[in-house]
Design a protein around this ligand. Sequence first.
Ligand SMILES: [Cu+2]
Length: 153
Amino acid sequence: MRRRYLVVLASIVTVATPSLFAVQQAQATPKPKTTTVNIPGEDRFAPFAVTVRVGDKVQWVNGDTDDHTVVADDAFTTAGHDDVNHLIPGTASTGGAGRFSLVFNHPGTFVYYCRFHAHLDAYHQPVAPGPEGGIQDSNGNFGTPMMGIVTVR
Ligand SMILES: [Cu+2]
């Protein structure tokens, strides 16, 4: 009687164990997602800030007629992809929206800007280029650099 009980118990453990591991693995590694940052028909990234998980992809889609860039040489960039300097052609160049994507493999902050419509100042902060191509508000100020932030958790 006792021996039969042990055999039944061993069978349950053998059958149940693999499915328990499968459930734990599914929870530990969620399927990677793609988050899109659009460039509308003006000099900005929309949305300005996105938050993704480790392993996710961020895709930039340039729907503007002008070319734009994704540049990251910022001292505060910690999520990888330092020294990115990538041109994303506008619709006037290629007839369709240019695309560029990066996969983020560790947590941190990815601060980026467009080198045509912003640059870094002496403190590594993105600033608008001014009359040469900045976004001028109704008061005549060039205060909005074309930049964005990806936070990777
Ligand atoms: Cu730009």
